[in-house]
Design a protein around this ligand. Structure first.
Ligand code: SF4
Length: 443
């Protein structure tokens, strides 16, 4: 990615402001931070636009897989997420064998759909089905592809050793844009042409880095760029070494033949999960499992969420009033910050108490209670403003419970709202006990 100065050199430098920025330099800085598009400047020349577009294209291609609920793979610009952020989370696929009978295929799809968890307001799930041609029968393969098309509404992978079966299935499924797995040295030329005609992404199986570079260059020369690289790694060491080497070459050395998303097949069991962990950390875009158990999926999905959360943008919920356990006109009011983890933890503990509560969430730009308080974003005035906006003070005459960590704001808050204020617990886990106690005391 060019620097702000490199962008600036190619801009008209008239400071006309039509891009919405006060100066061309300010616009160049937005471009360098990927917060603006070159098209936002109507005066940049065609030649400069081409140069800038070429220079600002991500060093790792973005490959779209699927149509409905499509998944973008690759498109990364940094080696470490603290440098900027990672863009497109790794996808996890689970295999459906076409050797199963129809009923078992449908059960298998249902099982893959059930690998789904709600966590702090987000849904974690298996992303893709991989249809594997174990039957070695092209007609059976096609039949199972049709079953998946009719019963799975997310992207899928077509996997076969039989090039002709793959080409036939790819043509029949092309409107779904499946990932086709995969081309090796022998099948490469034919599969590239078929994938290009069907506009489907294609996985390339390359045993060595030299093969990978040669095949991607050949594909590019054929005018085809929707490639996912499978470096055929059979163990954790090879996976870590090869995927790191390829991504470093693409980002640091601008080596275009390695500028593609990477995938790997891991089988099933604990070793497979370890491989998937490595791929999640070091630079995979897709892992295909033979099988994945719920107890293996949950920690893996949680790891993915942590790796792909933008470290510069805390996960937030909206400022607003959240009624919990059907509160009424005498129910107490609790309040906290809009940091997601705080909100969901406090909410779960209030729910556990079964005591009706109005929970007021205050916008602190995603900061936790003490951080927001120290930064001056969570003070009595902010809390009262949020309460006035939500109208909670008109909905109940109940007491206000101040989070124990910011007990010192209780005096000022009481003065501002002219209502009884009590201090709550410092730890969320003690909320149920505290709420039950104050309810029993009739407070
Ligand atoms: Fe500069 Fe173009 Fe923005 Fe005008 S619209 S200020 S020329 S970058």
């Amino acid at each position: 990615m060019p620097t702000a100065i490199e962008f600036f050199k190619l801009l008209p430098k008239t400071n006309c402001k039509e891009c919405g920025q006060p100066t061309c330099l300010a616009f160049a800085m937005q471009l360098a931070n990927q917060k603006a598009k070159i098209e936002d400047c109507p005066h940049v020349s065609g030649e400069a636009k081409n140069t800038l577009n070429e220079a600002s294209a991500p060093p790792v291609a973005t490959v779209k897989v699927g149509e409905k609920n499509a998944i973008n793979m690759g498109g990364e610009t940094v080696l470490y997420r603290h440098e900027r952020r990672f863009n497109n989370p790794i996808a996890y696929a689970v295999t459906v064998s076409d050797a199963l009978d129809d009923e078992a295929v449908l059960k298998r799809i249902e099982y893959i759909r059930s690998l789904r968890f709600d966590r702090i307001g987000m849904v974690f799930k298996a992303d893709m089905v991989c249809i594997r041609n174990d039957s070695k029968d092209a007609d059976r393969f096609m039949k199972v592809c049709n079953l998946v098309k009719d019963n799975w509404d997310s992207p899928f992978v077509l996997e076969s050793e039989d090039k002709d079966a793959l080409i036939k299935a790819m043509d029949a499924c092309k409107t779904f844009r499946p990932l086709v797995y995969g081309a090796d040295k022998d099948t490469f030329d034919e599969l590239i042409q078929a994938a290009k005609a069907s506009k489907c992404p294609l996985a390339i199986k390359a045993g060595t880095l030299e093969d990978a570079a040669a095949m991607t260059e050949k594909a590019k020369a054929a005018g085809y760029n929707d490639i996912i690289l499978d470096l055929q790694c059979n163990d954790i060491k090879a996976l870590l070494e090869k995927q790191t080497a390829v991504r470093r070459a693409a980002l640091k050395k601008k080596f275009k033949p390695f500028g593609y998303p990477m995938m790997n097949k891991v089988g099933s069991g604990e070793y497979a999960v370890m491989c998937a962990v490595i791929s999640t950390l070091k630079y995979g875009s897709l892992v295909i499992f033979d099988d994945l158990k719920p107890y293996e999926a949950l920690p893996l999905f949680t790891l993915r969420q942590n790796i792909y959360t933008d470290p510069q943008v805390p996960i937030q919920v909206k400022q607003g009033l959240y009624p919990i356990n059907n509160p009424g006109e005498h129910s107490p009011i609790m309040f906290t910050t809009n940091f997601s983890l705080t909100y969901f933890t406090v909410r779960a503990d209030i729910e556990k108490s079964k005591v009706p509560v109005w929970l007021q969430i205050v916008n602190t730009e995603g900061m936790s209670v003490l951080t927001a308080y120290s930064a001056g974003k969570f003070n009595p005035e902010h809390v009262v403003e949020a309460m006035q906006e939500s109208g909670v003070l008109d909905k109940t005459d109940g007491k206000i419970i101040v989070p124990g960590l910011v007990a010192r704001m209780s005096g000022k808050l009481q003065e501002l709202v002219q209502r009884d204020v009590i201090v709550g617990t410092t730890e969320s886990k003690n909320i149920p006990k505290h709420l039950k106690e104050i309810t029993a005391q009739g407070q």
